[in-house]
Design a binder for this molecule. Structure first.
Ligand SMILES: [Zn+2]
Length: 103
């Protein structure tokens, strides 16, 4: 089952404690339209913004241990997380996921 947490949601710490072997996708929250890259005509590149700012981590990784007000976190089993992105590229953290978790 996937769980979603935004900002400094308290339930996240409880989830981490209960699912040390699962995974977390960190997605930068684009809070302001001005933060989204635009094309020459000034139209926002939404796909680019989403694609560029998400990273898959192990739940045990240091990068996802602390509170962060600036990210959306999607948490759950590896295969279910990957499937939820329906084939879209899901970059892996080069620190906690140097080794393929499914290998
Ligand atoms: Zn990581």
């Amino acid at each position: 089952m996937l769980s979603w947490f935004t900002g400094d949601a308290r339930g996240y710490g409880t989830w981490l404690a209960g699912h040390p072997d699962e995974f977390v996708v960190l997605i930068d929250r684009v809070a302001r339209l001005a933060d989204i890259p635009t094309d020459a005509a000034g139209r926002p590149h939404l796909a680019v913004a989403v694609r560029t700012h998400r990273v898959l981590h192990r739940a045990s990784g240091a990068e996802v241990a602390g509170p962060t007000a600036d990210h959306l976190r999607i948490c759950g089993p590896h295969d279910e997380l990957v499937a939820s992105f329906e084939g879209e590229d899901l970059p892996r953290c080069d620190r906690c996921l140097r080794v393929d978790p499914t290998a």
